[in-house]
Design a protein around this ligand. Structure first.
Ligand SMILES: [Zn+2]
Ligand SMILES: [Zn+2]
Length: 126
């Protein structure tokens, strides 16, 4: 019974990340679910997000504040240093460095490219 409840919560948390365009933090997922699920704790959300990331269903991003992404397709991110929003950037960063890494004897399996700056919402109107 406890296990069933547990996996139901996990699914709920997973769907919340999937439905979000915001690359939510654990706190954002918690705030979204809390009104309808008053018994939910932040610790439970946190644990399940990490579990989902370990299972490969979510991408965990160790940004200044940890965030989660339900979109597993290759893409880059742009992180605003004023508001903390995370935007998707199409493409995975390209193979520009792969040759150099191969030459050093490494095998590239995944690219994680993050740009930092100030987003259009935070820039003063031109
Ligand atoms: Zn911003
Ligand atoms: Zn993303």
């Amino acid at each position: 019974m406890a296990i069933r409840r547990y996996s139901h919560q996990r699914e709920l948390i997973y769907q919340t990340v999937l439905a979000s365009q915001d690359h939510p933090t654990a706190e954002m997922v918690y705030s979204a679910l809390k009104p309808d699920h008053p018994s939910l704790s932040l610790g439970t959300v946190y644990r399940n997000l990490h579990l989902l990331a370990r299972e490969g269903r979510l991408r965990r991003m160790p940004f200044p504040v940890e965030r989660f992404d339900g979109d597993l397709s290759p893409h880059r991110h742009f992180c605003c240093q004023r508001c903390g929003r995370v935007y998707d950037v199409p493409g995975d960063g390209g193979p520009a460095l792969d040759g150099a890494l191969r030459a050093a004897g490494h095998r590239v399996e995944r690219r994680e490219v993050i740009y930092y700056g100030v987003c259009r919402r935070c820039l003063p109107e031109a």
